[in-house]
Write a protein that binds this ligand. Structure first.
Ligand SMILES: [Zn+2]
Length: 531
C-alpha cells in the first residue's frame, strides 16, 4: 500500500491535537461532566474547554516543532498518550510526577503484569495507527524563513485563542482553576508533559543540592546496656480495613490474632506509591515537608543508627530500597540467587532464611529491614503460594476487568493471609532471640490500594485526590519479653491517628538514641522505665 499525502506542518500539528482532544481525553471530559453536567450554560463552557485543551496541545507542539522534530515529537506523544489513556480510563490512574517516577522504577515483570489485550488495543488504535499516518505524511515546509514565520504564527494564534477563551468564560474558569483544579490532572498529554518537566527540573535540583548529614549529635543513651534486635517490615499495598485485626469480617489474620501485639488502626501513609512512601518513612521529613529531592539529599534514620554502630541490614523482595539503603548492607531477595523459597516468584518468607545465622554473627544492636512483595497488584493471585488460597473463587488474572468484585477481593485477601503468615514467622524468629535481646517487630505498609471503589483501581493517585483506600494502611507493633514497653498504655493508643511521620522517631526511640532530630511526642511507644 502506498500512502502519500502532503501536509503543511501546522495542519499536521492541529490534526494530531484534535485527535488527542477527542480520543485521548475521555477521562478528562467524563470528570468535567461530573462537575459541570450538561446544561444550557455549562454546554458552552465544556465546548470552550475543548477549544482551550486543543489550543494548549497545539501550543506545546508548536514550541518544539521544526522540520526535523515535528514528526518524531508527534509520534512519541501519540504513543505515550495511548498508554496514559489506557491507565486513566481503566484504573483511574493519573500520570503525575510521582507516578512517572514509579513507572520508570518499575521492573519488567511488574510491567508485564499490566500488559493485556485492552492495553494492546489502546496502543494500536490510539498510538500506532495514528503514528503510522503521521510517519507517512509528507511535510511541505518551504524555506527556513517561511518555516520560522509559520511557527510564530501558530504560537501566536494558539496563545490568542487560549487567552480569548479564558476571557470570555472568565467566571467559569475562575472556579475551574480555584475549586476544580484537580480536573487538570486528567488532561492528556498536557498534564504528563508538565509532570515530565517537573521531574527533570527536580533531578537537576537534586544534583545541585549537597548531601546533608542528619543527627550528627546522635548518641546512645548511657544506661542502654541490653542489646536490641529489631525487625522492621515494610509492607506492600496493604489496606488497614482488610486486616481482621482491625475488624475485617474475613479472617485474614488467623496467626497474628493469637499474638499479643498492637495494631495501629488509624495509620495513614505518607504517599500513595512505593517510590514516595518508602523514602518518606525513613526520613526525618513529615508528609507535608517531604520531597523526593530532600529525601535523596539527606541521611535517613538507617544512616543515623548505622553511624552509632547498629548493625543495619536491608533485605529486599520488592523492587529496591528507593534510595534508603544506599549506605547500609543490602541484599536482593527477588531472584533465587539468595532467595531459597521461589516458585512462581520468590516469596517473602525467603527473606527469613539464614537470618538466625546473621544475628548470631553480629556484635551489638541489630536492625533488619525486610521489604516485602506483599500485595503488589494487579496480579494479586501471584502473591501467595497455593496453600494460602483460603478465600475462593479467586481472580486468577492480571486483567482485573475480567473478574468479579468478589474474585478480586478474595485474591487480595489471600495475599494478606500470606503476609499474616510471614509476619507470624518473623515474630517466631524474634521470640527465639528474646532471651538474649530486647526484641521488637514494627510492620507498616507503604500505601493502600483501590479495589474498584468508584471505578478506581491500584494506587498512586496524588495525595490531594487520593481516596482513603490508598492512604489508610495496616501497621502492627510487637515487643518481646525484655523490651520494656508499656503494652497497656500502648494498647490504649490503638485507635489514635498515627502516620508514617511517626516511624522515624519510633525507630530512634527503640534504639534509645539521643539527638535533636528525635521528637519524643512523635514517638508513640511508651516505655516502662524512662517514661
Ligand atoms: Zn508500594
Amino acid at each position: 500500500m502506498s500512502l502519500s499525502y502532503r501536509f503543511k506542518q501546522h495542519t499536521l500539528i492541529i490534526s494530531v491535537a484534535l485527535f488527542l482532544s477527542v480520543f485521548g481525553n475521555i477521562s478528562f471530559f467524563s470528570n468535567v461532566l461530573k462537575t459541570y453536567p450538561f446544561s444550557s450554560t455549562n454546554n458552552f463552557f465544556i465546548a470552550s474547554l475543548f477549544i482551550l485543551l486543543t489550543s494548549l496541545i497545539v501550543l506545546l507542539f508548536s514550541l518544539v516543532s521544526s522540520r526535523y522534530t515535528t514528526k518524531p515529537v508527534l509520534i512519541i506523544i501519540l504513543i505515550a498518550s495511548a498508554f496514559a489513556s489506557y491507565f486513566m480510563n481503566s484504573y483511574g490512574i493519573v500520570l503525575d510526577s510521582d507516578m512517572l517516577t514509579n513507572a520508570v522504577q518499575t521492573n519488567l515483570s511488574e510491567s508485564l503484569d499490566l500488559l493485556n489485550t485492552s492495553l494492546i488495543l489502546y496502543l494500536l488504535f490510539l498510538g500506532l495507527l495514528p503514528s503510522y499516518l503521521v510517519y507517512k505524511a509528507k511535510l511541505s515546509i518551504g524555506s527556513l524563513k517561511q518555516e520560522v514565520f509559520n511557527k510564530l504564527k501558530l504560537i501566536v494564534s494558539s496563545v490568542v485563542i487560549i487567552t480569548l477563551t479564558i476571557f470570555v468564560f472568565s467566571k467559569h474558569y475562575a472556579s475551574f482553576f480555584r475549586e476544580h483544579k484537580n480536573l487538570r490532572l486528567y488532561t492528556n498529554p498536557v498534564f504528563y508533559v508538565y509532570s515530565v518537566g517537573k521531574n527533570i527540573s527536580g533531578s537537576i535540583k537534586t544534583k545541585e543540592s549537597p548531601f546533608q548529614h542528619v543527627g550528627h549529635d546522635a548518641e546512645k543513651s548511657a544506661n542502654d546496656i541490653d542489646r536490641e534486635l529489631v525487625i522492621m517490615v515494610v509492607g506492600e499495598t496493604v489496606r488497614a480495613d482488610r486486616f481482621s485485626l482491625n475488624g475485617y469480617h474475613k479472617k485474614t489474620n488467623p496467626l497474628l490474632e493469637k499474638e499479643n501485639l498492637i495494631s495501629f488502626k488509624d495509620m495513614s501513609s505518607c504517599g500513595t506509591s512505593t517510590a514516595i512512601s518508602v523514602p518518606c518513612i525513613f526520613s526525618k521529613f513529615t508528609k507535608d515537608e517531604y520531597t523526593k529531592e530532600k529525601a535523596h539529599s539527606h541521611e535517613n534514620v538507617l544512616d543515623i543508627l548505622s553511624h552509632l554502630g547498629v548493625n543495619v541490614l536491608w533485605r529486599d523482595n520488592n523492587s529496591d530500597s528507593k534510595g534508603v539503603a544506599l549506605r547500609v548492607p543490602y541484599e536482593d531477595f527477588r531472584t533465587n540467587k539468595l532467595n531459597t523459597i521461589c516458585d512462581t516468584e520468590c516469596r517473602d518468607e525467603g527473606m527469613l532464611v539464614g537470618l538466625q545465622e546473621y544475628i548470631n554473627k553480629q556484635k551489638g544492636d541489630i536492625l533488619i529491614v525486610l521489604h516485602q512483595m506483599g500485595n503488589h497488584g494487579p496480579a494479586y493471585y501471584k502473591r501467595y503460594p497455593d496453600k494460602f488460597k483460603k478465600f475462593t473463587p479467586t481472580c486468577d488474572s492480571k486483567n482485573l476487568e475480567k473478574c468479579t468484585q468478589l474474585q478480586i477481593n478474595n485474591s487480595y485477601d489471600n495475599a494478606i493471609v500470606y503476609t499474616d503468615y510471614f509476619l507470624a514467622q518473623t515474630i517466631k524468629l524474634l521470640k527465639n532471640n528474646s532471651s538474649k535481646f530486647e526484641t521488637a517487630l514494627l510492620y507498616v505498609s507503604d500505601h493502600g490500594e483501590s479495589l474498584g471503589e468508584n471505578g478506581i483501581y491500584l494506587h498512586g493517585l496524588p495525595s490531594i485526590i487520593a481516596p482513603k483506600e490508598q492512604t489508610h494502611v495496616a501497621s502492627i507493633f510487637w515487643a518481646g519479653k525484655h523490651m520494656e514497653v508499656d503494652k497497656l498504655k500502648l494498647k490504649a493508643k490503638e485507635n489514635q491517628p498515627v502516620s508514617h511521620d511517626n516511624i522515624f522517631h519510633i525507630l530512634l526511640g527503640i534504639f534509645e538514641v539521643k539527638t535533636e532530630v528525635y521528637d519524643r511526642d512523635m514517638d508513640i511507644i511508651d516505655y516502662l522505665d524512662n517514661g
